[in-house]
Design a protein around this ligand. Sequence first.
Ligand code: ADP
Ligand code: MG
Length: 250
Amino acid sequence: MNELPFDVVDVKKTFRSGDRSVTALRGVSLSVQEGEFLAIMGASGSGKSTLLHAIAGLTEIDEGTICVEGQKLTGLSDAQLTRFRRERVGLVFQAFNLIPTLTARDNIRLPVLSDPMRSANADRLLRELGLADRGGHRPDELSGGEQQRVAIARALICDPAIVLLDEPTGSLDSVAGRELCVLLRRLSDQSRRTVVVVTHEPAVACWAGRVVVLKDGQVVDSFPTDAYQNAETLAQRYQAALEAQADCQA
Ligand code: ADP
Ligand code: MG
């Protein structure tokens, strides 16, 4: 049995509406090891969000397979898929997506309100994410960095094997963005959880262990970050990957 956190094989996806169609993924394959911290880079429109949503079971794919923890997503019933989305993956978005009328604590425990045992974990997560004194505050009383940490705590409340973050620093200033990267690195180092962050910022990607570059719905490069410990050198490799692909197509 395949026990990789997730394994994406030759996935294709075209969005159709009326007589218009946009192909977002053109045969993407991607294997991720347990505990890996992966960054998916690519320009706007390269298919990053579509890929993330497909892995999270939110977007149906046209072709190929996605297995998460050995389970093929296309084989799941609607009820199983709903459970999978709630339990096995944690999703974090650029815009935080918190409920404005709820406190930080209640936002975090929202996915598990009917489960007092797991609800109780909200306070542990608040502490772990440096929000111990923020539990009773509503989102508009929190900084952007704090709101994003609440969103991450909410994503962790079901103890998912995989955390998927779509441009999580996109709404943050550079200081808060860096703090968030430090936090993601710590999350990845301290557990066997797999962390996947979508970003177009080399300064974010260089915190990951491996970078996958998407261009026009295809993986054009994949490399460990060992040799690129700062944003400048990683940016050069990223640009080179995009240009090499352009040469091939010319
Ligand atoms: P990225 O996250 O890298 O910016 P996306 O995955 O959001 O890219 O989009 C890839 C392509 O698919 C884009 O051309 C986008 O316009 C298109 N697309 C994404 N979602 C939809 C949708 N729901 N309906 C139609 N087209 C879409
Ligand atoms: Mg996107």
